[in-house]
Design a protein around this ligand. Structure first.
Ligand code: DAH
Length: 340
């Protein structure tokens, strides 16, 4: 009889597929009125000899049950943990294994890429790349560039002033309206000779439309040494534009222009050919650095001369890629960015 009971019990233990089901089996056999418990209860009515032999038999049965129970319990506990882990499992290699779920990857912004191209071309021509400051003072942005406070040219560039205690020596703080203040900082820091470009963001307090944005990118150039003239500028710019647009037919021409920080000042145009049409496009301001500007930078205008230029990288990007609305460039619109 105990063997038969043990066999049944062991089958029930094996059949239990969860801890809860296993606990029910335990109650059924070892609970207060469980089948093994009931069997133990019968011992008290037996004779001492019978008690001993029956007792041993039932104890063996109980031990067999407990052993099988513990083994099964461990197995089910582990299975439950495994199932939980399985549910939480995240396969980080999945994207590589399954090409249908390829990783999304970003790309370099077209403006950043063009800036690197410009830097590369000028570096190959012996220019160094310098950084200016986006937050500047009235002194560096205007005064030192030969634009005194009463000068009407201050109105040519509407300025974002910072709400910040005035620095009495250098005037109000502002967001630079052009990269030209970098000229002064570089002359102060490195003296002459100098052959640098300063790319960077500039800011204007302006209403925006398809050709104006309140933030755009410029590239400033400065070449200072002895015996430097505008012929060098023409040669360098011709070379730069041909390499940048990958078009040997590009030509440049100078027209007189006015900027307080150069004398003479010029506007540079580029001959742009599209199909069998060609037209002159205004691409940058330039000129011979004004003696007052050289002095502000700590240089002796009797000894050193040089030229400077400034162009809009944003405008170059629009020309190169045929972008017709400047606002797209900082829009972060993926439909636009994915084209590059
Ligand atoms: N700073 C001028 C602007 O933002 C551009 C410019 C003109 C820069 C002539 C120069 C220059 O260095 O010589 O409109």
């Amino acid at each position: 009889m105990p063997e038969k009971l043990l066999k049944q019990a062991l089958e029930a233990i094996q059949a239990a597929s969860t801890i809860t089901a296993l606990k029910e089996v335990e109650v059924k056999y070892l609970g207060r009125s469980g089948q093994i418990t009931e069997l133990l209860k019968t011992l008290k009515d037996l004779s001492p000899e019978e008690k001993r032999s029956k007792g041993q038999e039932i104890q063996k049965l109980k031990n067999g049950f407990t052993e099988a129970y513990t083994t099964r319990e461990r197995y089910l506990q582990k299975a439950e943990i495994d199932a939980k882990l399985q549910a939480e499992f995240f396969d980080i290699t999945l994207n590589q294994i399954n090409p249908q779920r390829s990783l999304e990857s970003g790309t370099i912004h077209p403006l950043s890429r063009l800036q690197r191209e410009v830097e590369q071309i000028f570096a190959e021509m012996g220019f160094e790349i310098a950084d200016g400051k986006e937050v500047e003072s009235e002194y560096y942005n205007f005064e030192a560039l030969n634009i005194p406070s009463h000068h009407p040219a201050r109105d040519m560039q509407d300025t974002f002033f910072l709400d910040h205690p005035t620095d009495t020596k250098h005037g109000h703080l502002l967001l630079r309206t052009h990269t030209s203040p970098g000229q002064i900082r570089m002359m102060e820091k490195h003296g002459a000779p100098l052959r640098i470009i300063i790319p960077g963001r500039v800011f204007r307090y302006e209403a925006t439309d398809a050709t104006h944005d309140s933030t755009f990118n410029q590239v400033e150039g400065l070449f200072i040494d002895q015996g430097i003239g505008l012929a060098h500028l023409k040669g360098i710019m011709n070379e730069f534009l041909q390499r940048f647009f990958g078009d040997k037919e590009i030509k440049v021409r100078f027209r007189p222009g006015y900027f307080p920080f150069v004398e003479p000042g010029i506007e540079m145009d580029m001959l742009w050919k599209k199909g069998n049409q060609s037209k002159w496009l205004e691409v940058m301001g330039a000129g011979m650095v004004h003696p007052n500007v050289l002095k502000a930078g700590g240089l002796d205008p009797e000894k050193y001369q040089g030229w400077a230029f400034g162009f809009g990288l944003t405008r170059m990007a629009m020309l190169k890629y045929g972008i017709d609305d400047i606002r797209l460039i900082h829009s972060n619109d993926l439909r636009f960015l994915n084209q590059f």
